[in-house]
Design a binder for this molecule. Structure first.
Ligand code: UDX
Length: 451
């Protein structure tokens, strides 16, 4: 099929490269000339495993082309997939980019006669596609919905695993305006992916995306609530409690005496809380939207509130343990919001560095990939030194805090590296370390969920 992708940020570029890899003819449209040029030169623009290989191959074989000319992109394709970003601004989701993209597409549809399907892949609040998007398309094209197709097809891509997630989806949700939209759009996937398609209404597809992210965020906040309760009781470890919870056969079934551990169990883990470009933004957007409808979403609010408190609780515990933070040398291991990513958006580690700086600690920060972005985000904050060689430094730290569970940090710390890491205290903000390794090492081990 001939497909245009409108907006080649994170989602658009992964989607375009993967659909081209599956054999479709893809035109990526981006308003920035530099981005389009770089894609045409086979550059990935963002870091994501396998992405540059896929782009290089598809560009070389003529199945992927980037342009700034939306008219060309839409006119030369049968389907346009809108992947522009939808930031959270001033208390609600900002749909300006979606509106603009859809307005441009609508204008082109006025003079394009063959049937065309518009797909919204950007995360939008439920009802946006069948009201705002539909109305703009009808207004600009002079046609009625039905004469053009309309679908909502949410993405469930995890950063660092986006290409693998796209190529091996566990679900493909298609919200369709009518049968014709669905029949036409499903050809993007049918025959190319083995996953069954879930056909729903436009609004259902929109809410599936939010409800999915809310559930995962809620599991993290639930785990952090159990951690807070465990800390208050004392003499127990929340991670052992949560492990016991997950052995329920309804969560981890047994086959031949062995537990099957579903991936969702990874989110039943205490730590410094969630971050990134999706969970915090999606939760806030859904809360604000639901409140505007007159419903108070108590569970979602509590999920967000617990998450917002997590980093402050780590700072408080360090402050208490070290008798104040002023002048204390603290090593922060990890700045990205999660491992295998250079993304620092809403990263709990960046929040921790800011709080420590406000308390006048001396911060030594390290990350295998995210230091350049962190340096910019932390401009103006005092007392921060970015450390390359954390393994061999001669500095004696008052505390080291693990904030992102990069494998190299786990390998280093789980070696029981008391000899090379001179720190009095190790705070495990991810609960990713073997706490017993530090017995007798001279390093005091502390972590979320153990008091
Ligand atoms: C998420 C969803 O997983 C994806 O389906 C959606 O489309 C986009 O949002 P992503 O933000 O890339 O993807 O990351 P994910 O791996 O799900 O982690 C989200 C947050 O939860 C991160 O801050 C991560 O560190 C945190 N997390 C994850 C935990 O705190 N504990 C875990 O065990 C797993």
């Amino acid at each position: 099929m001939k497909i245009s992708i409108i907006g080649t940020g994170y989602v658009g570029l992964v989607c375009g490269a993967c659909l081209a890899k599956k054999g479709h003819d893809v035109i990526c449209v981006d308003s920035q000339r530099e981005i389009a040029d770089r894609i045409n030169n086979s550059e990935a623009v963002i870091f994501e495993p396998y992405l540059s290989e896929y782009i290089g191959e598809a560009v070389a074989e003529g199945r992927l082309l980037a342009t700034t000319d939306i008219e060309y992109g839409v006119a030369s394709s049968e389907i346009s997939i809108v992947c522009v970003d939808t930031p959270y601004k001033n208390g609600s989701i900002d749909l300006n980019n979606v509106e603009k993209a859809v307005r441009d597409i609508g204008r082109i549809l006025r003079i394009k006669n063959p049937y065309h399907v518009i797909c919204i892949k950007s995360t939008v609040i439920p009802s946006a596609t069948d009201t705002l998007v539909k109305n703009i398309l009808e207004e600009e094209s002079g046609k009625k919905a039905g004469e053009f197709g309309l679908v909502m097809n949410p993405e469930f891509l995890r950063e660092g695993e986006a290409v693998t997630d796209f190529m091996n989806p566990n679900r493909i949700v298609i919200g369709a305006y009518d049968d014709r939209s669905y029949e036409h759009f499903k050809m993007v996937y049918e025959g190319y992916f083995e996953t069954p398609l879930l056909r729903v209404s436009l609004r259902t597809a929109e809410l599936i995306k939010y409800a999915s992210n809310s559930l995962l965020a809620m599991l993290i906040s639930y785990s952090n609530e159990i951690a807070a309760i465990s800390e208050a009781i004392g003499g127990l470890d929340a991670e052992e409690v949560l492990y016991g919870v997950t052995l329920d056969k309804r969560i981890s079934p047994q086959i031949d005496g062995k537990f099957i551990r579903p991936e969702i169990v990874k989110y039943l883990k205490s730590g410094r809380g969630y971050g990134g470009s999706c969970f915090p933004k999606d939760l806030r957007a859904l809360i604000a939207f639901t409140e505007s409808l007159g419903y108070a979403p108590k569970l979602l609010r509590a999920t967000a509130e617990i998450n917002e408190m997590q980093v402050g609780k780590i700072t408080d515990r360090l402050e208490k343990e070290l008798n104040g933070l002023e002048g204390k040398k603290i090593l922060v291991l990890g700045l990205a919001f999660k491992q295998n990513s250079d993304d620092i958006r809403e990263s709990p580690a960046i929040r921790l560095v800011k709080l420590l700086s406000e308390k006048e600690a001396v911060i030594y920060a390290a990350d295998p990939m995210a230091t350049e972005k962190a340096r910019k985000a932390l401009e103006g904050y005092r007392g921060i030194c970015f450390l390359e060689g954390y393994k061999k430094t001669a500095i004696s730290f008052d505390a080291a805090v693990l904030m992102t569970p990069w494998q190299e940090y786990l390998d280093f710390l789980n070696e029981g590296s008391s000899a090379s890491l001179k720190t009095a205290l190790l705070f495990d903000g991810c609960r990713a370390l073997d706490k017993y390794k530090f017995n007798g090492s001279g390093i005091k081990y502390m972590g979320v969920g153990i008091s």
